[in-house]
Design a protein around this ligand. Structure first.
Ligand SMILES: *[C@@H]1O[C@H](CO)[C@@H](O)[C@H](O)[C@H]1NC(C)=O
Length: 296
């Protein structure tokens, strides 16, 4: 149990229209213990927890994949997880790791890791949904082998900004541009979800490469789940934080200039798809956030 101070807490009025910031102190929940922080949601025993809660694995075989979700719901925060992706020929498999709210017009902030066959790189697929609508995909290669070791995949989510980080390097930002009519996820609390499943109808080269079941079971591993985040309960939310949490303020609305540079480096060298440049897909014109996002 790490105990630490809460840096910043959000208080949410019942109407959910305004977000007031209040400063408060509280004892952190234990971070990183999967027994305490997650529930296995499907897969009939294929999601397993080891080492007193420090390690979790999901597995996929021909009969089923598996998945888990966080016990807590969060409304804003910095969520970190170390993941080691399915090694070997993982073509056809998808490891999804995302924040999602309940209901039919849900919000979602999404990582999906698309398995690779020998010789091809893993693809990191990202998306942001607001009120049930996504269509904001960006895809990346990584600058390391994500199957050889654990790496940290983070989501920063606050009222003004969403940032996807890999090992602390921002790979994507999505700003709150409600001012120009772009829906932004900010009213619905979300849980962390992760699942490993067979998506060989689309995942690898658009579904051309099928899952090789002779390689099953496929396994992805997780550790050091850490939410420096505001835990939702009914009409209020309070923030937890702990010693391992990053010092990036969860409330900052802009990346600092060093982070901007890193983001540009990733986007120049590792981005392989950006909906904002897919003019064929949007014959009526690109979504409004794209014209702004691509400036600078
Ligand atoms: C999958 O991609 C990673 C890089 O993303 C690479 O290091 C790894 O060797 C690839 N796997 C296979 C089986 O080629």
């Amino acid at each position: 149990m790490a105990s630490a101070a809460c840096l910043l807490c959000y208080k949410i009025p019942a109407v959910l229209m305004l977000v007031h910031l209040i400063v408060a102190f509280m004892t952190a929940a234990s971070a990183g213990n999967f027994y305490e922080s997650i529930d296995n949601t499907w897969g009939d025993g294929r999601a397993k927890i080891f080492r007193n809660g420090e390690l979790l694995t999901l597995s996929l075989d021909k009969a089923s994949g598996s998945g888990f979700q966080s016990k807590n719901e969060y409304l804003f925060g910095m969520i970190n997880m170390q993941i080691k992706l399915v090694p070997g020929n993982s073509a056809g498999t998808v490891t999804a790791y995302y924040l999602r709210s309940e209901g039919s017009s849900w919000d979602e902030i999404d990582y999906e890791f698309l398995g690779n066959q020998s010789g091809d790189p893993y693809i990191v697929h990202t998306n942001v949904y607001s009120q049930g609508k996504g269509d904001r995909e960006q895809q990346f290669y990584l600058w390391f082998d994500p199957t050889a070791d654990f790496h940290t995949y983070s989501i920063l989510w606050n009222p003004g900004l969403i940032v996807f980080y890999v090992d602390g390097v921002p790979i994507r930002e999505f700003k709150n541009l409600e001012s120009i009519g772009v829906p932004y996820p900010k009213n619905k609390p979300m849980r962390i979800h992760s699942s490993l499943w067979n998506a060989d109808d689309w995942a690898t080269r658009g579904g051309l490469i099928k899952t090789d079941w002779t390689q099953a079971p496929f396994t992805a591993s997780y550790r050091n789940f850490n939410a420096n985040a505001c835990v939702w309960s009914f009409t209020t939310s309070s923030c937890i934080s702990n010693s391992k949490s990053s010092n990036r303020a969860p409330h900052s609305r802009e990346l600092d200039s060093a982070s901007q540079e890193k983001l540009k480096w990733v986007q120049r060298n590792y981005m392989i798809y950006d909906y904002c440049t897919d003019t064929k897909r949007f014959p009526q014109g690109l979504p409004p956030e794209c014209t702004l996002a691509n400036k600078s």
